[in-house]
Structure formats: structure tokens, C-alpha cells
Design a protein around this ligand. Sequence first.
Ligand SMILES: C[S@@+](CC[C@H](N)C(=O)[O-])C[C@H]1O[C@@H](n2cnc3c(N)ncnc32)[C@H](O)[C@@H]1O
Length: 276
Amino acid sequence: MGVGGSLEKVSWGVCVWDCIGPEPAPGPQGAAAAAPGLILVGVGPGDPDLLTVAAVRAIRSATVVAYPVARLEAAGMAATIAAPWIGPQQRRLPLVFPMVAEAQPRQLAWRAAADALAAEVVAGETVVLLCEGDVSLFATASYGLLALEQRHPACPITLIPGITAVAAAAAAGRWPLALQQESLLIRPTPEAAAALEALLDQAAASNQVLALLKLGQRWPWVRQVLADRGLLDGALFAQRVGWPDQLVAPAAAVAPGEQPYFSLLLVRQGWPEVLP
Ligand SMILES: C[S@@+](CC[C@H](N)C(=O)[O-])C[C@H]1O[C@@H](n2cnc3c(N)ncnc32)[C@H](O)[C@@H]1O
């Protein structure tokens, strides 16, 4: 368990709180879990043990558990991660967010999701919207938040942060993200090799560590750029962090073919002078 005990994974139905000791008094975010309204909850990435205590508490007190799906019949990544913490008595509310480039279908989906969530809250439900990783970093939950604030400004909303895949990857790879005067830039992988070259130049000049998301299909040419600059050994490749098939390895060990969407890259081009 990630919440303090030495227990192996338990299936739902076993009394989890009995296993991990007495329930602590809730802090501000835990307290919000008991109030009616909407809570945006970061889960994972991947591993259900990576949820915060506040996240578990919020999910357990919800009457409705909402989660993003690409298609109505799909399981939903955030819901799969949080599954051990969701009980059979809780109503599930899949919200379709199509994975398309066009603006209009995405905007319609964000607005429809906001309306559906607000309607549940008006009906007196305590609703959680699950979100993979952190709720504020390239997150579906952020679009829900913006649409709700615009369309239903009276809807009470609380956010519970989650562990971003960048932090989970760094921990899995034992890879310090930033030290001393370094900065950390988290951004999508550039669309073309020339843009990545420029980004690497700028990062090297400004003592910046890069965390590149949405790497998957760009990996073949990204790998070549890193190889040409001698950066492959020091970069960390992380795929499906927290899932049973997680791959976290030096970038040099990863073949040049396309990789899944849930892949990222950490690139460091130097170290501070003073180190242990
Ligand atoms: C839309 S962003 C979601 C970020 C998420 N909110 C977070 O805090 O990590 C999706 C990108 O995050 C990265 N990502 C998310 N989950 C991941 C995982 N489990 N393993 C590796 N990369 C992941 C991938 O680069 C993916 O393309």
C-alpha cells in the first residue's frame, strides 16, 4: 500500500481503512470530500497506490464517480486506476472526450461534460471527476473546470492534486528532476526535429531540464536527434509509468520505433558543479 501499511494489494471489499490504521482527521481537502459539490481528483498515474489520502477519501464519499472516456463503451484510464477505491453502490458517469484535433467536437464535449456534472450537483449528488495524474497539468479536468466556471459559476468545485507522470517517472528511474539553480520545463514534445534542436540549444544555455510529454509517435526522430547530440545515455524514457507493463529505461535502450501515447522523456544536458 502507498498509504502507510505493508499490505499487498487488496481487492475492494476488504476493509482498507482497517488495514492501514486509524483514519486521520481530514485536512482542508479531505474535509471537502464530505460536502456536496464537485471534486476534481488526480489519480495514479497507473498505480492505484499512488492516490493521496484526500483522493481516496473523496472517491469513497462520492455518490457519483465521473471519469473521461474516449468512447462511451471504453473503460477509461482514470477509472481503471481508481477502481480499487470505487464501491458497487456508487453510480458511474462516463463522460466522452473525443481524442480528435478539431476544435468543435472537443469544445462541445467539454461543455456537455460541464452541464452533466453541474446537473448532478444540482440534484444533490456528491460528485468526483477522476483525472489521470495531476488535475492541473495538461489535464482533462482543467477543461471541465474552465467550462464549469463559465457555464455554471455557482457550482461548488474543489481540486485534489495528483502525482504527475513526470514525477512518477523520475521516481521510478531514480532520476533527479531539478537541482540547485536548474529549472524544469514540462511541455509537449515539439512537432519537428528542427524545433527540438532549438529547444535543446536553449535548454543547454539556460540550465534547463526538459520533460517532454506526448512523445509516442515522435520517438523515432526524437531518438535520432538525441543520438546525434550524445544525449541518449543520460535521457530517461518512461512509458506507462505505474502500470504493470511500465517501461522506464535510459533512452539508449529503447528501440527507434513508434511508442504508445503514454510515453515521456526526461532530458538533462549537464549537472551542477557541487554534488555529493
Ligand atoms: C494529457 S497529458 C496528461 C498529464 C497528466 N495530467 C499528468 O499529470 O501526468 C498526457 C501525456 O502525459 C504523459 N503521461 C501520462 N501518463 C503517463 C504514464 N503513466 N506514463 C508515461 N507517460 C505518461 C505522456 O507523455 C502523455 O502523452
